[in-house]
Design a protein around this ligand. Sequence first.
Ligand code: XIL
Length: 452
Amino acid sequence: MRLRTGAVLALAGSLGAAATATGAMREVEVRGARAVVDARAHDRRAVELVPGRSASLRAAPAFVAGLQARARSAGCRAARLTIEAGGRTRHFTVGPRFRHRALKLAAPLASRQIRVTTAMTSSRCRVRLDWLMVRAAASPRTLAPGLPLRSVPLGTAVSLPWLSEPAYTSTLLSAFRSITPENELKMDRTQPRQGEFHFEHGDALVAFAAAHGRTVRGHTLIYGVQTPAWVGQLLFATQVENVLRTHVATEIRHFKSRIREWDVVNEALDSRGRLSRNPFADRLGPRYVDMAYETARGADPTAKLYYNEFAAELPGTKQDAMFTLVSRLKQRGLIDGVGFQLHTGIGTAPTEEELVATMRRFEALGLEIQITEMDVAAKGNGQQSLAARLAAQAAAYGAAASACRRVLACKRLTVWGVTDRYSWRTPAELPLLFDVEYAPKPALAAVTAALG
Ligand code: XIL
């Protein structure tokens, strides 16, 4: 659905636990139409905002009433509502006599985000209300034609060579709103020899995405496993630090404004939560991670910076180590989100509740969350029928999608490839949403239904 100027955008969010308990509906309505948010469905509907167009918001009566009631019950005279959009901020005081037509923000949208925050006005009233936010799935150029709006966008890893195959490209465009270059942005590809940068393949993928209205996740600037061998031959820590900083700054600057979010460091931890060995860790120790984020932040202060990790979806030593690491980065203002890869299989896939608990743990740090590389091996033990295995796989995908939908901070679900034919796992594991002949599998229906 393409939004016309003045079409409806809806903002929804939580007014806190009290409101959730009463099941209150919360919404902000834009010019008439609306997305209703059911508290039990965990407060989210996505909206497409169109950069360059104006959005004008007005608060829906139910939303205003909820805010007024909350202010009253907290003993405050009024609540304050802040709306940020298109680089502009407006404040509104939602007092007893507030009328929703007073709440107007018509701003040309420079970004795809409108953020609404609520807080009590009087300093005596320190009750904090949750923030409300709507994130658009796509921009005008990125409005994925023909795809339904979803509260959580679905993305996929893409490899440049397969784009020349029509069935691959049409399948990709039939289902996915965003793409993650599978290897094209990794350092062994982008700086194969010291000082020799190659962005041609990354540029080609970004151009493909732009031409088809898709967004791109930047994956990844520093990844021990796919670091070119020459880095390991450098003898001194200062050399390695210079290489790391130059690499991160050069790549993120090259894609500035075209790639808005990056996995800055990928898989710094091993399966037991210790720092993984690689040329950066060996010469610089754990501070290499901080250096990468400092450099990325400095080189593109507007990019969303993520930390991406495998096998951290369930509680345990590894998740704790990741939590410690990202807490440190967050305290320093260097990170915006965490990615859980979710390479898994039937029988071992986390449940919806387990994923929700994990996501909430990181959400509490103030971080965004994404599922960044999901695949679910459905090989089985030879006893289950193919249909049963595909059903179990669909359930695992559905559980992850539902978990992401339930947690406000969860922004996207990306699967690690379009088709079983080209999965980095083996085609025999049947891990993705389309089979080797590009036929949709039960998992596709499960995931799209759960994303809402
Ligand atoms: C994989 C790619 O899919 C393969 O094509 C490549 O040979 C190796 O890397 N975790 C990650 C991804 O973060 O970058 C990896 O991608 C899979 C595991």
